[in-house]
Design a protein around this ligand. Sequence first.
Ligand SMILES: [Zn+2]
Length: 368
Amino acid sequence: MTTGYLYHEIFGWHDTGTHAGLFPSNPLAGLQPLQHFENAETKRRLHELVVVSGLIDQLTRLAPRKATEEELLRVHTVEHVERIKAESLLPKGGDAGDGLSPFGAGGYDIALLAAGGVITAVDAVLDGVVDNAYALIRPPGHHAIAGMGMGFCIFSNLAIAAKHAQQARGVERIAVLDWDVHHGNGTQAAFYDDPNVLTISLHQDNVFPPGSGRIEERGEGAAVGTALNIPLPPGTGDGGYLHAMNEVVVPAIDAFAPDLILVASGFDASAMDPLARQMVTSEGFRSLTSRIMEVATRHCGGKIAMSHEGGYNPVYVPFCGLAVLEQLSGATPFTDPILPIPAGFAGQDLQPHQAELVAAVRQAAGLS
Ligand SMILES: [Zn+2]
């Protein structure tokens, strides 16, 4: 098994500045300046653990290229692209759209490299250069919609890569699994009326965007049934996530029979994350990866490309990401020294109210 791995140091230079974690700092409102939650550390430390653990020697390095404007415009409006480009020239940069998504000077070019990085990963998989690939990119992308960025995202990286696969590479059917703890609203929106792209989002119920990612969101027109949302209750651990995977994600993708699988891989469903309340461990992420690889083997020769999204605990994200990369590449696992703590949390097993939610999704999706 050969696994493509894509990272570039400049992803760490995407400058989200000082924030009070989430909101712009404002002393008059009591919001003391701090780093933005979406800062370079989680991704940089994941990359450095990939190097220090020795896993890097078993991966095939991929070099990202910038996405072209034509590629961006398959998902985004001209106005959005032009505004980001113009604000990127300002001495202090700008914001992608919602006031929560700042970027520094030069941010446009880094965002182009992030979107282009996912395209690079997809091309490497489609060309057979590697069996599967992981693009460790920044800024993230899955919240950005056609006319604006939001939720720390500037451009919808994975959606742009999926449109590339469809329009430039002739891939007919694509399944997208988003296991970031927040709803993959931007990816869903980009394909809401496209019956050839199945979008599945596993997320914590009603976190971000507010009210988004309900079971009832199923796609529109000819694409009804090709959007699938699994809004898990807070407190869901490895048992609940695997149950959702086995009962909904795997059968839905089996029924769809894709030619390519893309994964929006966030690690903010981890037990240690400051921005959500789920309890997934590194072993949980390893199991999710194993399951999606089995499905990919059945339908598309194992072709999977993953795009990094959120995950905000700088100590734990690296171990979650390492587990995914080890599973993708078949490498011998490096020991996660933190694992015993979250693995020992009460409620890691499937809970009855989680099973009820999964059963409701199965019914709504016609899987029962
Ligand atoms: Zn997230």
